[in-house]
Design a binder for this molecule. Structure first.
Ligand code: ATP
Length: 355
């Protein structure tokens, strides 16, 4: 298996730059997701790692070795395009064997490799089955087997579950993660679906407009978003931003927000007076009569155990996640209390979190 490192990777197509100098490391054996909206450069980055696209600038290192100019076939990386696209006229064993046949490997060796792959994936009993008769999970295993049989150093997957309906996709996500844990192969997984990335990945790179905005564990990205973009892209509903004007000093443990002092996590840098935003996740808000931020309840969306209550304040509409047992009346005036240790401050002009 392999560690993958991308250094200052850039890709331009004529005048248009699709990827602006990305740098990140994918640990050996990690499940790494590249997450971002359509057109942010995920596929282009993945294709450069695979060797299907040449970078305009930067380096790709595989286990410390520079493979930037090495052709795709010589990189030992499997690009899995579609986890369900199997050859229908071949049985399971023939499907898995196909890439080795194309390489001209001897029959006996192919047979050994197919058996070993099937054992790892626990599909030995299916080897002579027709692929059309397989369940979705088994089809996914066979497709993965076809990629694994060449013993690649890493797997690259581009929205492999994109064509499936939501419920089936959820099931396949857990299957895929379980397979990854068993095989332990470095996997790079491209998706625009934050729930998919959050539930499957050890590490996530969040991309926006060709730039990596943040890399970190799902929890780091959720709890300490590095930018307003990340805070807004991750979480449903997303983080609330309450805008205000203010200056900060290193070591401050409170901010003055509309004449009221709010406790915040210790400020790590000076910040001249500027437009700032107080970021608060919906689940870190509760109603309290004494709270200084007040507003009028606009609506409530029932979600089973919780409800999302929207409140119109002087700082914009704020979404709060409350227990569904909480009594809420549309139009009533409420006070909003925030869990101070979970607040994140942003500089609005740069869009970056203030450490
Ligand atoms: P999606 O999820 O929609 O595939 P993505 O994040 O994977 O999006 P890319 O496919 O990497 O994004 O594309 C990034 C940008 O680069 C897009 O604006 C796309 O139109 C552009 N692009 C990609 N390939 C080419 C190409 N061969 N020539 C010109 N522009 C390209």
């Amino acid at each position: 298996m392999a560690q993958i490192r991308v250094e200052n990777l850039r890709k331009s197509f004529d005048q248009f730059t699709a990827v602006h100098g990305s740098t990140f490391t994918i640990d050996d054996g990690a499940f790494f997701a590249m997450l971002g909206p359509s057109g942010c450069g995920k596929t282009t980055t993945l294709r450069m790692i695979a060797g299907l696209e040449l970078p305009t600038e930067g380096k790709i290192l595989l286990d410390g070795e520079d493979v930037t100019f090495r052709r795709a076939a010589a990189r030992d990386i499997a690009f899995v395009f579609q986890l369900f696209a199997l050859y229908p006229h071949m049985n399971v064993a023939e499907n898995i064997a196909f890439p080795l046949k194309c390489q001209g490997m001897a029959k006996r060796e192919i047979s050994g490799r197919v058996q070993e792959t099937a054992r790892l994936l626990r599909i030995e009993h299916l080897l002579s089955s027709k692929t059309s008769k397989l369940s979705g999970g088994d089809r996914q295993r066979v497709a993965l087997g076809r990629a694994m049989v060449r013993r690649p150093k890493a797997f690259l997957m581009d929205e492999p579950l994109g064509a499936l309906d939501a419920e089936f996709r959820h099931l396949m996500c857990s299957e895929l993660r379980e397979l990854h844990d068993r095989i332990g192969a470095t996997t790079v997984y491209v998706t625009h679906d934050q729930l998919e990335a959050m539930s499957m990945a050890d590490q996530i790179a969040v991309m926006n407009k060709g730039c990596v905005e943040q890399t970190g564990s799902p929890q780091e990205i959720y709890d300490r978003p590095a930018s307003m973009f990340v805070a807004d892209f991750i979480g449903s509903p997303p983080m609330n931003f309450l805008r205000f004007e203010g200056g900060l000093r290193t070591g401050d443990r409170a901010i003055v927000f509309h004449d009221t002092s709010f406790a915040v996590p210790e400020i790590g840098q000076d910040c001249a007076p500027a437009p700032l935003a107080l970021g608060v996740r919906p689940e870190h808000i509760r109603f309290s009569d004494a709270a200084p931020v007040r507003g009028e309840v606009f609506g409530a969306e029932y979600l089973g155990t919780t409800q999302i209550v929207t409140v119109d304040t002087a700082h914009g509409r704020v979404a709060a996640r409350l227990p569904s047992s909480a009594m809420v009346r549309i139009g009533e005036t409420v006070g909003l209390e925030f869990r101070s240790e979970r607040l994140v401050l942003f500089d609005v002009s740069s869009g970056l979190a203030i450490p």
